[in-house]
Design a protein around this ligand. Sequence first.
Ligand code: A2P
Length: 317
Amino acid sequence: MKTITLASGDAIPAIGLGTWKIPPREACDVVQTAIETGYRHIDCARIYENEASIGRGFEFCLRRGVVGRESLWVTSKLWNDSHRRQDVRPALEQSLLDLRLDWLDLYLIHWPVAHRRGVLHAEQASDYEPLESVPLAETWLAMRECQKAGLCRNIGVSNFSRAAIEELISTTGIVPSVNQVEMHPYLQQSALLEYCHGQGIAVTAYSPLGSRDRPDDMKSANEPSLLRDPIIERHSRALGITPAALLIAWGVQRRTIVIPKSTDPHRLRENLAAADIKIPDNVMQELAGLDRSHRFVDGKFWEIEGGPYTADSIWGE
Ligand code: A2P
């Protein structure tokens, strides 16, 4: 199993199971199947609303000795409604309770966006807190306290631009261990990747297959399809692998951690095996030419008239 070593010295498996969009009624079985298939890294979040089901899968596997807790990497994420200092630890403890775990391997600030307490989904501008009133540094220092208390071994961020990371480091002196962002050949983010690696920050690539199964209101008309891209199809055929395997191997070869989601046992196995595929340099070069700065998770859903957030301000563009 390929791993990436974090600044703490902890080794995170380079391929994890993404659990966004796995319905709660299936999540327990999918996680069980994934662990039995050899997955040792499960990427979760409170807002995916399936942590309680995933927790049953963990308990089943840990009790039966399918895997030991030390050999399993579990990430979860702090939702936007719990950014205030006093709300961070209770949110983490709720995830631990649902996941039936004593600690997390990694806890991330899910988005650089703050909601009013108790608001899961912002529907009007007043559902937000501007970052001036709940600064990310406040949230970050509370995450650090959780780490010191042993509730999570590593702390990191998600959907953070270089500017947001720089501000976090300059105000707190604490470097995130991971930044989890959307990343695939249509959104290569090479500058952000280089910056993070230069700072010793590992990068996790979410939506590596283009997240075709995300909700319709998050999709744009005529969006491109990674899995049906003619260049990706041509190279995968030549290498005797599937487009999905090529996309995952591409991410691993760029030294990123990749978290494809699947609920299908066959695809789960195929996705995990992609870590061992070597893509020839000339193919990597051709895939570099596919970059078109296309976000499938474009952040526009944070834009509410009169609200403090825009997609451009989040992505630092
Ligand atoms: P399924 O869950 O039925 O396997 P992403 O990881 O970018 O969010 O993409 C997830 C989407 O890609 C889901 O629709 C998932 O469907 C599909 N998917 C996952 N693995 C594969 C694969 N190996 N081949 C084709 N589609 C896949």
